[in-house]
Design a protein around this ligand. Sequence first.
Ligand code: COS
Length: 384
Amino acid sequence: MDFTIPENLRMMQETIRRFVQRDLEPISRQVEDEDRIPEATVQKMRDLGLFGLAIPASYGGLGLGVLSECLVYEELSKTNACFRSRIGTNNGIGSQGIVIDGTEEQRQKYLPRLASGEWTACFALTEPEAGSDAAAIRTRAELRGDHWVLNGKKHFITNGDIADVATVFAVTDPEKRARGGITAFIVERTFPGYSVGTIERKMGLRGNHTAELVFEDCIVPRENVIGGEAMIGQGFKTAMKVLDRGRLTMGASAVGTAQKLLELSLDYAGQRVQFGRPIAQFQAIQFMLADMATQIYAARQMVHHAAWLRDQRGTAVVKEAAMVKLFCTEMVNRVADMAVQIHGGMGYMKDYPIERFYRDVRLTRIYEGTSEIQRLVIARELLK
Ligand code: COS
């Protein structure tokens, strides 16, 4: 066994680390206050190729393997979560349907624009009546002549307000649903009948928005079924495959954020004096630091191994990906809680980044599949 991270990946990690320290972290507070990322920063992210990390090089992306991508997300998650979220849908759920199941024409048409960051993608599965039970979606698609007509509403769509193109899941056969009755479509913002609804107000992740998408007799060309005519009815499987991949990068992000919280806590505990000594000298604080570090270590090894396994196999690692999402996101929530505790009253104040991390990490146990759904997926795999 060799656990060494190859030199080229370490260099890439170093580049992202510097970018986070120089360009992102200094504005993380401003982004939180203004609830938007400055366009100049988005441009720097484009210039670094961050929008195309996971898009194959033949379509203009960096074509990174999953392990490399995880290393990038680990670094990128040591600052305000909105930066990762901004590029996340182009690399992950917004584009991977096209990467995994798209036709050659679809890949050539859409992926280069997403890889460059010229266009933003989003993933429109969730609906008011269908969250964890994704097969219960109601958005309908009907074939009329040479185009599909979509009607329905999606919500909680990350980057939905700014997306130029959406991967939309709709029911094409209500009898079959998840087994042959849900189809994935590529829907451009400019297609007639497509509109952005309410921009939702959330607990955290300021600087990155989630929105409703509304389809009212939305006209979608026949050629925009992901994977072409042969894939009509196969959209549920496409969604599942896309989510499997995202669970690994989600785990990596949790590790990065947890590492940052540990570093902030170590600094604070070394400086904060109570009872005449830095609080780091008290065993109560030391035990929390030790627990944080131990859990991060375990989570990081898990992410790296599962990502490596995925790169080796070239196909989904369903059980391991769900385990990674479950363990790492639960871990970062425990770490964030301890970080607040170590910082005491300061951890609760807006002047410190701790409270922002605490709010932002709460979402990781919910989106892209709740912890309960991960357990369900793991158990099903075990019992197969
Ligand atoms: N990869 C490929 N195909 C998969 C798959 C996967 N990981 N998981 C399921 N499928 C296939 C199944 O094999 C089945 O097809 P066949 O009958 O041809 O074998 C079909 O999809 C239906 O699967 P299943 O019976 O498991 O569907 P369920 O309705 O029971 O739902 C869960 C399964 C709960 C796993 C699914 O609804 C889910 O993932 N929910 C969470 C959704 C989510 O993460 N939402 C977050 C918001 S989107 S960012």
